[in-house]
Write a protein that binds this ligand. Structure first.
Ligand SMILES: Cc1cc2nc3c(=O)[nH]c(=O)nc-3n(C[C@H](O)[C@H](O)[C@H](O)COP(=O)(O)OP(=O)(O)OC[C@H]3O[C@@H](n4cnc5c(N)ncnc54)[C@H](O)[C@@H]3O)c2cc1C
Length: 421
């Protein structure tokens, strides 16, 4: 009787909590094992909050290597590279470069968009069903500081039209009509408006869903670390803080730490930590603040309205897993805030945060079954895990229950990395 089975979900980020919720809804007995004291304390904590399936884009894109190289040594830069001899980094970079080719980009973007569009529908259903309020806003405005940024966006624009996604290319004046507080002092070549995309407070949502899941019977075990997994016949064994446990099935949703748990079982993935930063500031002048979410394409930094606060988030630091706050990163976030909404907040008083994106070189996550019976994964969501969480949770519950997921799983499973040594 599958519905009496016990399933353990490792990781209480937004991905693990969504998975646990949908598994409980499917009738399973679910336990979530989380190393920290609450849900959404790692990557899911301080992210930009953007849920933009219309513009969900792999970082591996045509023109991106050149753009990143040209900004690497600027005083404010979207990318920081800590010099390191880490072989895993250079291997990841090689794989990432191969994915920047146009045809690969189109394939990866279509895969990401498939799961992200589905996920937005599921998120909306969850929101309506449980009457959730997580400081959500509607609409997403992409800002292009230069004609070069508009040119770089062309491959994505073509795909938006192909997929029938509502969007409007706007000039600077139209952009300022959408976001009236946008500073006129900063040069703006144009924008792209996606009216159906959204943003919201990811940890607030995750905590609300945790409470709902608890009411459905999901058990959360905090301050417990899974140190090893083991095949025990049909069951999966887990070493948790030196004690042995087992479950009928296990879902690994441990963010960046997933690769370390899976490798001893022969499941190897090029999951690499890409650090990002955010700044959160209280709004001091509401007339001068953004109304919804924006993205500064030149700096790859998002600006999001979260209730009475503004969050500015983005940047990619390679070669570092520490939570140290790098001065260049903080300066870049403050600059983006000052450039677009100078009177909305005092950015020098912002609270700063850094988090690790669990990034695969191509972009889409890896979902579902593994070669090991009853071991499943929901990992590799990189820079868009919040946007994909609800849909990925639903897909995992479908796969485990033996139901056919509502979306095509092509390119979203471990199969695409099956031949990796
Ligand atoms: C600066 C920044 C901005 C971002 N902006 C956006 C955005 O606008 N939109 C978007 O969609 N995404 C965004 N993201 C990405 C998004 O935050 C992540 O993709 C998402 O949070 C990943 O969720 P997760 O649950 O997989 O990982 P996490 O939130 O990291 O959760 C994994 C959990 O597993 C636990 N864990 C790990 N190992 C173990 C173990 N062995 N035992 C027990 N527990 C364990 C960890 O403690 C952690 O709580 C951003 C990320 C960053 C860093």
């Amino acid at each position: 009787m599958p519905h009496q089975q016990q399933i353990a979900v490792i990781g209480g980020g937004v991905i693990g909590v969504c998975t646990a919720y949908f598994l409980a809804e499917a009738g399973y007995q679910v336990v979530v094992i989380e190393r920290l004291g609450n849900v959404a304390e790692k990557a899911s904590f301080g992210n930009a909050g953007v849920v933009a399936p219309g513009y969900v884009t792999p970082w591996a894109a045509p023109g991106m290597p050149k753009k990143l190289l040209s900004t690497l040594f600027r005083p404010e830069s979207p990318v920081l590279l800590k010099p390191t001899l880490d072989r895993a980094l250079w291997r990841w970079v090689r794989m990432w470069l191969a994915e920047c080719e146009l045809e690969r980009f189109r394939i990866n973007k279509a895969r990401m968009q498939r799961i992200a569009l589905y996920s937005r529908d599921i998120l909306q259903q969850l929101r309506d069903h449980h009457q959730l309020d997580y400081e959500q806003t509607r609409g997403y405005l992409q800002l292009f500081r230069s004609e070069r940024d508009i040119a770089l966006a062309q491959p994505s624009l073509g795909l938006l039209a192909e997929h029938g996604i509502a969007h409007q290319l706007v000039d600077a004046e139209q952009a300022r009509a959408i976001e009236p507080a946008l500073s006129a002092a900063t040069p703006l070549a144009g924008g792209l408006h996606l009216p159906d995309d959204e943003a919201g407070n990811c940890p607030l949502f995750t905590k609300q869903l945790k409470t709902i899941a608890q009411d459905m019977g999901v058990e959360f075990h905090f301050s417990k670390t899974v140190t090893a997994l083991e095949v025990q016949g049909k069951r999966i064994g887990m070493r948790i803080d030196e004690r042995e446990f087992s479950a009928d099935a296990v879902v690994v949703a441990a963010g960046i730490d997933s690769a370390r748990l899976l490798a001893p079982l022969g499941i190897r993935l090029p999951l690499y930590p890409i650090k990002g930063y955010s700044a959160t500031a209280s709004i001091r002048n509401f007339d001068e603040a953004p109304q919804a979410a924006l993205m500064d394409e030149s700096y790859k930094v998002a600006i999001t309205r979260m209730g009475s606060r503004i969050r500015i988030a983005g940047l990619a630091e390679l070669g570092s897993v520490s939570t140290d706050l790098h001065e260049v990163a903080l300066r870049t976030l403050a600059k983006v805030g000052e450039d677009w909404f100078p009177d909305a907040a005092n950015y020098s008083n912002a609270s700063y945060w850094s988090g690790i994106r669990p990034m695969l070189p191509d972009g889409p996550p890896v979902l579902g079954a593994t070669p090991i019976r009853n071991l499943y994964v929901n990992i590799g969501h990189g820079s868009t895990g919040w946007a994909m969480a609800a849909g990925c949770g639903m897909v995992l519950a479908d796969v485990i229950s033996g139901r056919t997921p509502e979306i095509d799983m092509e390119g979203l499973t471990l199969a695409r990395y099956a031949r990796l040594p």
